[in-house]
Design a protein around this ligand. Structure first.
Ligand code: B12
Length: 290
């Protein structure tokens, strides 16, 4: 942190690199949803450092972090980002010792105490982040040295001690995705990079997630949201697709849900929106919308 602390809190969100043998194709929805939540509910516009999209070298990343002013860092990703998050946390603390580092996502949720013990991460979100991050940042806005008791869905180092890991009670799953979650903050991301590396390869395509959870229990799958299947409403999905079509001229959507078709009635109400629908070429969905 450079100079005096400002009245307003500065938040940096870091998307670590993933799948370096391939190009960046997937919107980091978890982090980008939180960016939008922080902006809309706390009136703080976070800085989004998308290392995965820009594929910055270690040196470039360090230079950016050194020259950026922030009080709190949010990081997250898939399990293979584990060692990068440890390294980044150590570097961040070496140049900005007062900063608080919060992690979440698949790399942190399953065994949060391991990441906490082996890194400079101070707090881990052990479930969905929408409500937890608002409560955490509101508390941190008062002082970076507050206690976190009473905030559900986290695991943290008490007084920064690696051997004093505290779990708070788990946070119930969001019941209404439309009301309690939001669209990803696309405007804070380098969407052009993602669009130039299509997910499927038919036209300008982008990935989207319309539900959480899966009713099945396949042994090979990691499913942090359990068997309760929760959907965004068909209206929310259609409105989002129209927004993406208008703003980014996309013509193909790749749904990345665990089980997009898990509820036949919901699925049919989406399909029946008088939109020509092909399971493979979703581009027709978008043409039907305009
Ligand atoms: C898109 C995707 C990818 C993308 C990468 C996405 C990205 N940019 O990070 C790509 C295609 C690269 C990918 C690859 C792989 N993936 Co994948 N992938 C997904 C997928 C379909 C969606 C992820 C997503 O965006 N979810 C939606 C967002 C909203 O949820 P979220 O990230 O969990 O975020 C919420 C919370 O976790 C929390 N949160 C998240 N981050 C943070 C940070 C902070 C600070 C806080 C407070 C909270 C918080 O708040 C968010 C909102 O509630 C999931 C399945 C799914 N449907 O979720 C699998 C999934 C994550 N992948 C999985 C697997 C197994 C893999 C592979 C290992 C597959 C393989 N064998 O190659 C590879 C690994 C890549 C590599 N080379 O290292 C597993 C679990 C992996 C794991 N343990 O990390 C999943 C769960 C699929 C499954 N059910 O098995 N994947």
């Amino acid at each position: 942190m450079k100079g005096e602390r400002k009245a307003e809190m500065d938040v940096l969100i870091i998307n670590p690199p993933i799948g370096l043998s391939d190009k960046p194709r997937n919107i980091p929805h978890g982090l980008a949803i939180l960016a939008n939540i922080i902006r809309s509910r706390l009136d703080i516009t976070p800085t989004f450092l998308d290392i995965n999209a820009y594929r910055y070298s270690e040196k470039e990343t360090e230079r950016i972090i050194e020259n950026t002013d922030f009080d709190v860092v949010l990081m997250g990703g898939l399990t293979p980002t584990y060692s990068t998050i440890i390294k980044l946390s150590e570097f961040i603390k070496s140049v900005h010792p007062d900063v608080k580092i919060i992690a979440g996502g698949y790399v942190a949720m399953p065994i949060p105490e391991v990441l906490l013990k082996n890194s400079e991460v101070a707090i881990i979100c052990t479930g969905e982040g929408e409500i937890t991050i608002v409560e955490l940042l509101s508390r941190l806005e008062r002082s970076l040295n507050v206690q976190f008791n009473g905030i559900a869905g986290i695991c943290y180092k008490k007084n920064n001690a690696k051997n004093k890991i505290v779990f708070t009670q788990s946070r119930p799953l969001i019941q209404n995705l439309d009301e309690q979650s939001v669209l990803s903050a696309y405007d804070l991301l380098p969407v052009d990079i993602y669009l130039s590396n299509p997910v499927v390869g038919i036209g300008r395509d982008i990935d989207f997630i319309a539900s959480r959870g899966c009713p099945y229990q396949c042994t090979f799958c990691y499913q942090p949201w359990g068997q309760k299947f929760r959907w965004h409403s068909v209206n929310f999905i259609i409105k989002s697709l129209i927004f993406l079509k208008k703003k980014y001229n996309i013509d193909f959507i790749s749904f990345q849900d665990d089980e997009f078709m898990a509820r036949k009635s919901r699925y049919m109400s989406f399909v029946k929106k008088e939109i020509v629908f092909y399971p493979i070429y979703y581009g027709h969905v978008l043409e039907g919308l305009m």
